[in-house]
Design a protein around this ligand. Structure first.
Ligand SMILES: C[S@@+](CC[C@H](N)C(=O)[O-])C[C@H]1O[C@@H](n2cnc3c(N)ncnc32)[C@H](O)[C@@H]1O
Ligand code: SF4
Length: 335
C-alpha cells in the first residue's frame, strides 16, 4: 500500500488566536501536548513511515518550546519539515532556528487588510504581527545565503476574503521582495467550520469555486504578482473527493491519528502502534461504504460539510461528539 503524500502534525491545540474557522478548534480545547520524550517517539514513528514531508501545524506550533528539537530530528532523517504559523510569536530570537530547521515556512494571512484579517482571526494586532513576521523572514533571507528554504503567505479562501484575492497578489506580495509564494487554498469544512452556520455562510459557493478554479483567474492573479512570487491554487475536486482524501495523514498533538483528516474519528496512537499500521487502518475507513457513498454524493462545499457532520455522528468517539455538540452555533466576534 502506498504511504501518505504528506503528514500534518498538529503539535499542540493551544493558540493565542481565535480564528472562527479553525479546522483544529485550537485555543478552545485542551492543548493535548506531549512531553519531549513522547514527542520524539511520535517523530521516530513518522520517520519509519518515510513520508515526503512532515508539516507542523496546530494550534500555534511556536508555543511548543521543544518544536525545534523534534522537527530537527525528523529533518536529520532526511524528511523535509514545514512550519505553519500565524506569526504571532515570531521574533528575532527564534528566526535563525526556524530557518535552519524548516525548509518551508507559511505565514497564514486571511485578509489583505488588518480589518478583514483581525476580524477573521479574532484578535486585534494579528495582521500587524503577521506582517512583522514576513518582514523578518524577508530581511533574513535577503541577508543570508541559506539554501533549500522558502517562505510564503497562506490564505484560507472564503467568502469574506474572496474579493481581496487580487490585493493579496498585488499589495501583499509586493511588500516582500524575497517572498517565494502566495498559496491560495479554499477553506475546507473541518473542526469549527463543519458547523452549519459557517459552512453555509462562508465556504465558497459553486460559482465562486468555479471562478477560483478557472485557468484564466489563475493567470490573472499570477500576472498581478511580482515575477518572483509564484501564485499557487489549492482546491478540492468535489467530484473525486474519495480519492482526494487519500493523500494526507493527520496526527493530533497526543499522537492519535485521524481516520479522515476533516473528521474527528481516530484510529490509534503513534505511541502504541507503527505508523504504517495506523495508516492502513485510516485507509480502510476511507474505503468504508458509508464514507464512500457520502463523499461520492458531494457536489458543493456545504455538502462536504454535511457529509463530515454525518461521519462524525457515526464514527466520532463519544468525547468528540460531546465536544462537537458544545460548539457554539456561531461565535460573536468583537475586538
Ligand atoms: C490550523 S493552522 C495552525 C498553524 C497556525 N496556527 C496558523 O494559523 O498558521 C494551519 C493552517 O490551516 C489554515 N486553516 C485553519 N482552518 C482552516 C480551514 N477550515 N480551512 C482551510 N484552512 C484552514 C490556517 O489558516 C493555517 O494556514
Ligand atoms: S487557524 Fe491557526 S491561528 Fe487560527 S485558531 Fe486555528 S490554530 Fe490558531
Amino acid at each position: 500500500m502506498q504511504g501518505p503524500g504528506c503528514v500534518k502534525w498538529d503539535i499542540t491545540y493551544a493558540c493565542p488566536l481565535r480564528c472562527e474557522h479553525c479546522c483544529s478548534e485550537s485555543g478552545r480545547r485542551l492543548s493535548q501536548q506531549l512531553k519531549l520524550p513522547e514527542m520524539m517517539r511520535v517523530a521516530d514513528s513518522l520517520i519509519e513511515l518515510r513520508p515526503p514531508v512532515v508539516e507542523f501545524a496546530g494550534g500555534e506550533p511556536l508555543l511548543v518550546k521543544e518544536i525545534f528539537q523534534v522537527a530537527e530530528h525528523i529533518a536529520e532523517a532526511g524528511i523535509p519539515v514545514w512550519l505553519y504559523t500565524s506569526g504571532w510569536l515570531f521574533d528575532e530570537a527564534v528566526l535563525p532556528e526556524i530557518m535552519s530547521v524548516f525548509s518551508e515556512v507559511r505565514i497564514s494571512l486571511d485578509g489583505a487588510t488588518a480589518k478583514v484579517h483581525d476580524h477573521i482571526r479574532g484578535r486585534v494586532g494579528s495582521f500587524m504581527r503577521a506582517m512583522r513576521a514576513l518582514e523578518m523572514l524577508d530581511a533574513a533571507v535577503a541577508s543570508s545565503d541559506v539554501e533549500d528554504f522558502s517562505f510564503g503567505v497562506d490564505v484560507a479562501v472564503r467568502r469574506s476574503n474572496f474579493s481581496q484575492l487580487e490585493m493579496f497578489a498585488t499589495e501583499i506580495s509586493c511588500r516582500f521582495p524575497m517572498l517565494n509564494f502566495l498559496w491560495l487554498g479554499t477553506a475546507f469544512p473541518s473542526g469549527l467550520w463543519n458547523r452549519e452556520f459557517f459552512s453555509d455562510s462562508e465556504l465558497l459557493d459553486n460559482d465562486q469555486l468555479a471562478k477560483f478554479r478557472a485557468p484564466d483567474f489563475a493567470r490573472r492573479l499570477q500576472s498581478l504578482a511580482p515575477d518572483s512570487v509564484s501564485v499557487r491554487f489549492a482546491y478540492p475536486d468535489l467530484s473525486a473527493l474519495v480519492d482526494e482524501i487519500d493523500f494526507m495523514m493527520q496526527v493530533e498533538p497526543d499522537g492519535l491519528v485521524r481516520a479522515i483528516p476533516t473528521c474527528e474519528e481516530t484510529v490509534g496512537s503513534l505511541l502504541g502502534e507503527p505508523a504504517a499500521v495506523l495508516w492502513g487502518r485510516a485507509m480502510e475507513r476511507r474505503k468504508d461504504k458509508f464514507v464512500v457513498d457520502l463523499f461520492s454524493a458531494v457536489d458543493s462545499m456545504t455538502g462536504w460539510a454535511q457529509a463530515n457532520r454525518l461521519i462524525d455522528d457515526r464514527y466520532g468517539s463519544s468525547d468528540a461528539r460531546d465536544r462537537i455538540a458544545r460548539r457554539p452555533v456561531c461565535v460573536q466576534l468583537g475586538n
